[in-house]
Write a protein that binds this ligand. Structure first.
Ligand SMILES: NC(=O)c1ccc[n+]([C@@H]2O[C@H](COP(=O)([O-])OP(=O)(O)OC[C@H]3O[C@@H](n4cnc5c(N)ncnc54)[C@H](OP(=O)(O)O)[C@@H]3O)[C@@H](O)[C@H]2O)c1
Length: 269
C-alpha cells in the first residue's frame, strides 16, 4: 500500500514542489491550500487530492485530516509548510501584524501538530515535518518578527521530538536557505509607517543587499527533495538544512564567537 502525505501551503513554492515530488514517487498526496478552487496550479493537472486547509481555521485542519483518513486509511507524513514573513523595523510594526504572523507560522503549525499526534499514536507510527528556516538558527535585520517565529518552531520541534519518540513518531525540522518562491513577493508583508523615517536608510540598504542575493536563490525542488529525504531516510536525524551556502553560514554560526559572526551578518545584510 502506498504511503500517504498531507502537506499544508501547497499552492506555490516549496509546498507545491513537495506535493509534486511525493506524487511522482508514487505516494498518495493530499495537497492542501487556502483557496483550492480559486488558485489553479500544476497540481490541478494531476489526479492528486487537493483540499482546503487554512492553518488559521482549526476546523479546516480537522477536516483535511479526516478526508485523508477516510480516503487512504492512514497518514504517514504530515508536512507543516504554510508560512509567510513580516518584514521591516520592529518599532513600526503593529500588534495585529505580529499576531497574524504568530497565528500562522507558530500557533497554526502547533494546532496541526496537536491534531495529528493522536492519529499517529494510534497508528503507532508517523513523521511530522516542520518547515522552519535557516532564519530559525540565525537572524538578519528587519526580519526579527519572522525570525522569532522560526526560532519558535525550532525550539518547539526539538522539545517535541523527545516527547513523541516513545510512540514511534518522528519530528523533523527543515531549514531552507534562500529559495526562489512567492515568499519575497506576494507572500511578504512589509511594515509601513509614513510618520517615522529613521529606519529608511538602513532598511533600503539592507533590502538592496538581500535583493542582490536573489540570483543565487535555489529552486524549491531542492527543498522538496530534502523533505522527501527526511520522510524516507529512516533516521532519527532532527535537522535538515539546504540552500546555497546554508552549510557555511551554520558552520560559521557554530564556530565563531557572537561578536565576529554578527559582524559578518551586518556586512552582508
Ligand atoms: N523562500 C524562502 O527563501 C524560504 C526560506 C526559508 C523558509 N521558508 C519557508 O518555507 C515555507 C514555504 O514558503 P515558500 O517559500 O514556498 O513561499 P510561498 O511560495 O509564498 O508559499 C507559502 C505558502 O503558504 C501558504 N499560506 C500562507 N498563509 C497560510 C494559511 N493561513 N493557511 C494555509 N496556507 C497558508 C500560502 O498560501 P496562499 O497561496 O493561499 O497564499 C502558500 O501556499 C514557509 O514556511 C516559509 O517560511 C522559505
Amino acid at each position: 500500500m502506498p504511503n500517504t502525505v498531507l502537506i499544508t501551503g501547497s499552492s506555490t513554492g516549496i509546498g507545491k514542489e513537495t506535493a509534486l515530488y511525493f506524487y511522482k514517487k508514487g505516494w498518495n498526496v493530499v495537497a492542501t491550500m487556502r483557496n483550492p478552487d480559486k488558485r489553479k496550479t500544476e497540481l490541478h493537472e494531476t489526479k492528486m487530492d487537493i483540499v482546503h486547509l487554512d492553518v488559521l481555521e482549526i476546523n479546516s485542519i480537522k477536516k483535511a485530516i479526516r478526508y485523508t483518513l477516510d480516503k487512504f486509511g492512514k497518514i504517514d507524513v504530515f508536512v507543516n509548510n504554510a508560512g509567510y514573513a513580516v518584514r521591516g523595523a520592529f518599532e513600526l510594526s503593529t500588534r495585529e501584524q505580529i499576531e497574524k504572523q504568530y497565528n500562522t507560522n507558530v500557533l497554526g503549525l502547533m494546532d496541526a501538530v496537536r491534531e495529528i499526534i493522536p492519529i499517529f499514536r494510534k497508528q503507532k507510527h508517523g513523521i511530522i515535518i516542520n518547515v522552519a528556516s535557516i532564519g530559525g538558527r540565525i537572524t538578519v535585520p528587519f526580519y526579527s518578527i519572522y525570525n522569532s517565529t522560526k526560532w519558535a518552531i525550532e525550539g518547539f520541534s526539538e522539545g517535541l521530538h523527545y516527547e513523541l519518540k516513545p510512540f514511534n513518531i518522528k519530528v523533523k525540522i527543515i531549514e531552507p536557505g534562500l529559495i526562489k518562491t512567492d515568499f519575497y513577493d506576494r507572500s511578504m508583508v512589509n511594515i509601513q509607517n509614513e510618520e517615522i523615517d529613521v529606519y529608511n536608510k538602513y532598511f533600503e540598504k539592507s533590502l538592496k543587499k538581500t535583493m542582490a542575493m536573489e540570483p543565487s536563490a535555489s529552486h524549491p525542488s531542492l527543498i522538496a527533495k530534502i523533505i522527501y529525504k527526511a520522510a524516507t531516510d529512516n533516521r532519527g536525524k532532527l535537522r535538515y538544512s539546504k540552500g546555497k551556502n546554508s552549510w557555511l553560514v551554520l558552520f560559521l554560526r557554530k564556530i565563531l564567537p557572537d561578536t565576529l559572526f554578527f559582524k559578518i551578518i551586518k556586512a552582508s545584510t
